[in-house]
Design a protein. Structure first.
Length: 118
C-alpha cells in the first residue's frame, strides 16, 4: 500500500502563487503515476495534472501555462500554482496509481484546501 500526505494549501489572493506537496510512503517503488485532482463545492472531482514515473506530464486545459507538476524523487510530487484565479478554489487531492502485477491500486491523500480570493 501507498500512503499520501498533502501539504501547502491555504488562502491566497488572485494572481498569487502556492506550492502543494504530496509525500508518499509505503510501497513507493510500485507507483507509476501521481496526479493532483481538485474538487470544488457542488462539483465533481477533476484531474488537474499528472506525472508518470518516466516524467511525462499531463495538464487540464484550465491550468496549462499556470500550474507545473514535478517530482524530485520517488517520494515527493509538487504542484506549483501560479497566476491563481478564484475559480481554482477547491480541495486538492493527491492520487497515486501503483502496479501490483496486472492490478492497479489507487490511493488518495486526505486533501488540502486552496482558497483564492478576488
Amino acid at each position: 500500500q501507498v500512503q499520501l500526505v498533502e501539504s501547502g494549501g491555504g488562502l491566497v489572493q488572485a494572481v498569487g502563487s502556492l506550492r502543494l506537496s504530496c509525500a508518499a510512503s509505503g510501497s513507493i517503488f510500485r507507483i507509476n503515476t501521481v496526479g493532483w485532482y481538485r474538487q470544488a463545492p457542488g462539483k465533481q472531482r477533476e484531474l488537474v495534472a499528472s506525472i508518470t514515473s518516466g516524467g511525462r506530464t499531463n495538464y487540464a486545459d484550465s491550468v496549462k501555462g499556470r500550474f507545473t507538476i514535478s517530482r524530485d524523487n520517488a517520494i515527493t510530487v509538487y504542484l506549483q500554482m501560479d497566476s491563481l484565479k478564484p475559480e481554482d478554489t477547491a480541495v486538492y487531492y493527491c492520487r497515486a496509481d501503483s502496479s501490483y502485477g496486472t492490478t492497479i491500486n489507487v490511493n488518495w491523500g486526505q486533501g488540502t484546501q486552496v482558497t483564492v480570493s478576488s
